[in-house]
Design a protein around this ligand. Sequence first.
Ligand code: 1QQ
Length: 414
Amino acid sequence: MKKTIARATALFASGAVLLTACGGSNTSTNTTSNTSTNTATNTSATRGVSGPIRIGIAFAQTSNVALLGQEGVAGAKIAEKYFNDKGGINGTPIKLVFQDAGGDEAGAINAFQTLINKDKVVGIVGPTLSQQAFSANPIAERAKVPVIGASNTAKGIPEIGKYVARVSAPVSIVAPNSVKAALKQNPKIRRVAVFYAQNDAFNKSETEIFQKTVKEQGLELVTVQKFQTTDTDFQTQATNAINSKPDLIIISGLAADGGNLVRQLRELGYKGIIIGGNGLNTSNVFSVCKALCDGVMIAQAYSPEHPGEINAAFRKAYVEQYKKEPPQFSAQAFTAVQVYVDALKALDKKTKISTIPLNQLRTELNQQVLAGKYNTPLGVISFTPEGEVVQKDFYVAQIKMENNGSNGKFAFLK
Ligand code: 1QQ
């Protein structure tokens, strides 16, 4: 047994030398990387990080969750260009390494393992879903690699470990805003129906907050309907809900299922306000519920109109490329990359990071991330010692669809 490990170490060590010599490309060492987590980091650890500073991005680029994950990818890419154009880490560029985390736990675990052991990133941004984070983040925690969640909003994410932080404000802070906005728009609301996807950690967490808010606002919770994020047919639950005569419906689901549910509620004749949770917070729902998306209210942890130079630059870059306003998930992904960049710059000023062995750099970067204050497109943010984001401004937007049913936008409410 011992011998095998020793051989794997030697093999990997030569691989690492080769990698360093080639400027650390993303090729090779597949065979040993999965079996030698510790060796991998130890060997490269002795020589410091050479070449561009690699930051791992583990969002969903495939599966139904890609509707959400691709907005994260877009924001991260804008950040990479923006910060490299500004000189990277005091002259050294960053390089984002993208690994598709897919839509489930296995995909996220795979992406994390590859980023940690093969790509040798200094830190990770991701995964897309809280459901995935609860499985994948413990792997980074054990390997002592920092993780910044950019779209994980369920209760309990920062508590996963010392190396886990997030820039995505929790449902407890974001979700209640939409209920208050709905009441402002229609003070006569009394009866509320709530829907949630019961196979997803974030949706379970979000619905708890929605249900608590409904009660706190003195409203009556007339029914709670459950579904799965994989469902496409909501006739039974939608009919049940409509029969209980709600004047507000609140949905915690993901983009595809949530969009379908909105469409079917409208087709069955529901006319009251619909609130969507964070899983519907993407213009990718427009193609699902089309003109029937109109009016859906969604709380936001980002506004394209947030004042300040960095948001103006981010917004301009996004609008130029995508011809629409930047969505929250892109702004949060940009922010997560920025946190690493700012923290690395601060570290580098104290000790040249090219001289710090990778293991040590990951640990020091984690401490620096938590210690810093960042002026980002989300506003000025910082972290609690547990890694929870401290953020000031939140918003609510309402979907406005054009009559053709294919184009729409998120209109921010005053
Ligand atoms: C979570 C979420 C999702 C809606 C992110 C896409 O907030 O899983 O926590």
